[in-house]
Design a protein around this ligand. Sequence first.
Ligand code: ADP
Ligand code: MG
Length: 674
Amino acid sequence: MELIDIKGVGEKKLRYLNKLGIYTIKNFLEYYPYSYIDTTKFKKISEITNEGSYSYKLKIISVLENKKLKNIRITKFLAIDEEQNSCTIVYYNNYFITKTIKENEIYEMYGKAKFVGKTVEIQAPTLQSKSKFIGNILPQYHLTDGISNLDLMKFMKNLLDKGSIEETLPSYIIDKLNLISYEEAIKNIHFPKSNELLFKAKKRLAFDEIFYFQLLAMFMKKDNEKYLSFELLDETFEFIKSLPFELTDSQKKVLDDIFLDLKSKKQMNRLIQGDVGCGKTVIALIASFNVIKNGYQVAFMAPTEILAKQHFESSKKLFSKFGIRIKLLVGSLKAKEKLKINQEIENGEVDLVIGTHSLFQEKVIYSNLGLIITDEQHRFGVKQRLLLSKKSDNPDIMVMSATPIPRTVGLVMFCDLDISSIKEMPTGRGKIETYFVSENYEKRYMDFLKKEILKGRQAYIVCPLIDESDNLELQSVSNLYKKLKSKYLQNIEVAFIHGKMKPSEKDEIMKLFETGKVKILISTTVIEVGINVPNANIMVIYNAERFGLSQLHQLRGRIGRGQYDSYCILVSNKSGELLRRRMEIMCSSTDGFYISEQDFLLRGYGDVFGYRQSGEQNFKMVNFQNDFEVLKFSKMFVEKILKEDKNLQKAKNKIINQNLKTIVKSINSDIIMN
Ligand code: ADP
Ligand code: MG
């Protein structure tokens, strides 16, 4: 069955479904609601003590008003409930409502109740339709223009009514953990029959999600002894001596872990964790150096082109005296250039390839890949690792992450990785002070910023979105640029940059900023990861409430990289206890581990990896706080299963084997689609 076979879905709606990332029936079933509205309790008018949205059963008495006022048609009805209490119902610009709603009939409806004087007014309620949605717990889906929540509800209902959904777990697990069936879980996640079943559905789906995530991760990890071993070379220590700085003790310790891995015949699968600016890149380059001098290639993957270029430039500098052949492979290169580099990689004429996802496209064939490094790991999930491991059957794998993860979470997330942490910062850095203010202070902080610019420093100004979106009052990059430039920054070189620009444009602007020609860079979160401009010491972040704490911490990590004291100004016009506490954490600490722990405590897992759209690794259903028990059970099962039945051949694991194959298949097609 395909999406187009669902009753109600035509070519047009299909395109909108695609726009939501829904391409297959499986995608659609896994398009979980972000929230629900409870329309099960029909409110009597006497029960309405607070304004809010409710369902009602009302009898229409008469039309009170039906007139046009300044281009708005207002239609008002008088209605009563079973206790004979009256209220009004109002519709705006609904020309046909008097045809739909008839006097003396009783209607079920759902909508917002407001107090107008002493009467209750129900505003533009949705009437019960043939689908009989009102009276149930209803799903709320993320939408795009062209498709409504009602559309999605209808399609989903038609789909669920139609067929059966195959089980994804063997009964011995389901029974042991007292889970509901997959089918029941899917049905109740979209249309919960009760709150209790919704809870059980979430638990079941969270289990599935984490179970298969862990299984896949462990499955990919190969524990045999047939891997490469790289000798530790004297030349590597000469390279370390040639660095313009002394490694910190923490860096040295992590390097010890890495050297052991490189030497051993087991595959290295190591996560290098450390706060922004602690110096992970140089560690990666030292490891690369040793592997290359053993005669192997290294692929170094960054999440963005800007970062890839930055790594390319800095490695060229550090490696210049050591005869290492480095190439940059990114999407924006001309086809001819790419082809040439691919050939060089295949012929072994390149030692170090730095790039983005393009490093692992079908076309790239490595002659003897010894080590894969991925930077800012949280952007690359298990999916990518799956793809990487296909490139060569025996490379070591090193991933680097600046998102400090609470240990408890890390153990589950990276169940297949060993973890090393860099815990101290290089010395000689200025301190970072952070302030939380409302936009009313704009003149003050802009004056301050200007003063620092006149002293020769540079600044970042960050805001969340590119274009003013209609319902979220977010600062857009271009509007912010116009406003700040004309109000405060007339004689200062300001540039703006955002994710939708062409890579070449972004590069040009980044170059200007790096070389100091541009003093102030206004941007979306494209500057989030890795950018290194030590002269920049001020960051202003607008709509700070929109960011997760870990993301704010990452952003802030762009400053405080040089010898100057740095200042981070978090701007928000929102208020509230939670926001205040979150911002307090930012103002009082620059310790990423502490911040992420606190963030985790305050908001749960969702924020640890920043916003949903940014990561592959975000789980749809798992919440690390609520589901921690589930996670532990899952890990226990995964370990037991793989120990007893390494290749999933036993009859009792047949379902698991099949489902894992389906998942791998859909991951592969996802990757092709992206
Ligand atoms: P991150 O961990 O965020 O990737 P980088 O590797 O980009 O950090 O390092 C930030 C800056 O610190 C770079 O300019 C790098 O050369 C420098 N650096 C790294 N290690 C040291 C050190 N031990 N002493 C001084 N500077 C260092
Ligand atoms: Mg980095």
